[in-house]
Design a protein around this ligand. Structure first.
Ligand code: AMP
Length: 547
């Protein structure tokens, strides 16, 4: 028997309509690409999204067409999220930090019909445009005054299109399972693969993000998403914020510590989200200038592991709670979030940090389990670790155009490629990427744990641990560190520091001081490159083999 309840479709356009109707005066603030601050409201944003949707329809854009965006976090990018998906086309966000060949591959693979780009990315796109096979026109996201001279074919100015099209538009209705947006994984090996989100998955994910035990996004919040809108839709925040009617603050391309701090201070930001690298820049700025965060209460960090020292500094010096979250592009991306269960908040600080440093606990909507290499489920005792599998209504079931083949097992579980343990309370701890874990004499060593321990040293700015071949143990850990300016810390001091922080057999066999470490386009350590670079590194312990 079917329930007698309306089957209204869960569409992305309903989010901006809600925000405009019930939070029409709530502000959206942008530090623009060109520099000045821009302010307007959800009401104006919805109206302009509709004008842009009409402009796209005028260009012949149809249901399912891919529209590329190569853009920073701004109000125009926000409008495009709604204009493109609202009219039934697919918002394909592109990461400007990718290698040129990857951008070419992705645009051609997605068959983007139009490409929207920020004005400071015009030179990059001018170089690449001849390699794009499907793009019919380029829209520069700026106004007529700042529209740059460009050799791009069929280049148009964003604000001209807004002016030329009124907002007299009813969003079309279609099946909620229709594709809404597309984001390619950064792909450290092989070609990037496209994750194709749907209207339904996006709305459900937004609902989850607003839950108090998830991100708790609400209408009293002022939100600064530093995580880029081209990285898993800024973790879904532009949708969830509209669902809640929260004030939004967009940083444009200005992500250095000073710019971020100023924006937080001026706009009284209460909630922010980004990767640890960004927090490192912000904390360094605040240390150097003796400033603090007056209004920020929640700092969500994901994308890579948060060092404990960072959680402590935010809390003890700035009275901000760091909420550690884990997820991936394939998961829309939220998978687990480190909000407190009853009682956790009352624990002594150090015991609480033991929990906060984990990647959070399962949230409604994402089923999780850990299995060994034979697929046998492992206990949730906080010790046993294995491959992390997930399934749920916002987790991908295959990649765009079937790349990579079947990615689910017979019961719909998706293998995340992460290795973790789960404790009795349901908090997960990522031990490693399955390909980064160091296999030493048949046992596993977590490179993330070692890195966290190393960056706990006050003079270590960044650390990376990789496994290098060892004649006796298969692999042993090599620690690479970037020192703080002025620091003289070297191998001996580092190893002494680690002595009481890790078990003996995890001790790195060598420590090298490097100027910098390579990162992927989404800010993760590029370990594949380092493994190649140090494949022949002779560990001082390698001689043991001969004994
Ligand atoms: P991406 O799809 O680019 O967001 O990358 C997802 C991957 O980033 C995950 O599979 C994890 O390996 C890693 N990751 C995400 N969040 C965390 C976290 N909080 N701690 C450790 N690794 C993380």
């Amino acid at each position: 028997m079917r329930g007698l309840i309306q089957g209204r479709q869960l569409l992305i356009s309903t989010l901006i309509d809600y925000a405009a109707e019930f939070h029409g005066d709530t502000e959206i603030v942008t530090k623009t690409v060109e520099g000045p601050i821009h302010r307007y409201t959800y009401g104006e944003s919805q109206s302009r999204a509709k004008s842009m949707a009409k402009a796209l329809a005028g260009f012949g854009v149809k249901l399912g067409d891919r529209i590329g965006t190569l853009a920073w976090n701004t109000h125009r990018h926000f409008e495009l999220y709604y204009a493109t998906s609202g009219m039934g086309s697919i918002c394909h966000t592109l990461n400007p930090r990718l290698f040129a060949e990857q951008l070419t591959y992705i645009v051609n693979h997605a068959e983007d019909k139009f490409l929207f780009l920020d004005s400071n990315l015009v030179p990059l796109v001018e170089q690449l445009a001849p390699t794009f096979e499907s793009v019919e026109g380029y829209i520069v996201m700026t106004d007529e005054e700042t529209m740059p001279e460009t050799s791009l074919p069929n280049a148009l100015c964003y604000e001209t299109l807004i002016k030329e099209n009124d907002d007299d538009l009813e969003w079309p209705s279609f099946e909620e399972t229709t594709a809404s947006s597309l984001c390619y994984t950064s792909g450290t090996t092989g070609n990037p693969k496209g994750v194709l989100y749907a209207h339904r998955s996006t709305v459900l994910h937004s609902w989850a993000a607003c839950m108090p035990d998830v991100l708790g996004i609400n209408s009293r919040d002022t939100i600064l998403p530093i995580v880029p809108m081209f990285h898993a839709n800024a973790w879904g925040i532009p949708y969830a914020a509209a669902m809640a009617g929260a004030k939004m603050v967009f940083p444009g391309p200005h992500l250095d510590g000073e710019s971020v701090w100023k924006l937080m201070d001026q706009e009284k930001v209460s909630f922010t989200a980004g990767v640890p690298t960004v927090w490192l820049m912000l904390l360094t700025y605040m240390r150097e200038t003796g400033t603090t965060l007056e209004h920020v209460k929640r700092v969500v960090s994901g994308g890579s592991a948060v060092p404990r020292a960072m959680i402590e500094e935010f809390e003890e010096k700035h009275d901000c709670r760091m909420i550690h979250a884990w997820g991936m592009t394939e998961m829309s991306p939220l998978g687990s979030v480190g909000t407190f269960k009853a009682g956790v908040g009352d624990l002594p600080a150090q015991e609480r940090y033991d929990i906060q440093v984990k990647q959070g606990r399962g949230i409604y909507g994402v089923e999780i389990k850990i299995v060994d290499d034979d697929g046998k489920e492992l206990p949730r005792d906080g010790v046993a670790f294995g491959n992390l599998l997930v399934r749920g209504p916002w987790i991908c079931d295959s990649y765009f155009k079937g790349e990579g083949g079947d990615v689910l097992d017979a019961d719909d579980w998706f293998d995340t490629g992460d290795v973790c343990n789960i404790d009795a309370q349901g908090y997960i701890q990522i031990v490693d990427r399955s390909k980064d874990v160091i296999k030493s004499g048949g046992e596993w060593i977590s490179s993330i744990d070692l890195e966290n321990a190393a960056v706990g040293h006050p003079e270590v700015a960044e650390a990376c641990v990789i496994g290098v071949p060892h004649p006796r143990w298969d692999e042993r850990p090599l620690l690479l560190i970037v020192r703080d300016p002025g620091s003289q810390i070297g191998k001996d001091e580092m190893l002494t520091y680690l002595e009481d922080k890790i078990v003996k057999w995890w001790m790195p066999d060598d420590v090298l001081v490097v100027e910098e470490l390579p990162h992927t386009a989404t800010g993760k350590l590029l370990k594949s490159q380092l493994r190649e670079e140090y494949a022949d590194h002779k560990l001082p312990t390698a001689g043991e083999a001969a004994e």
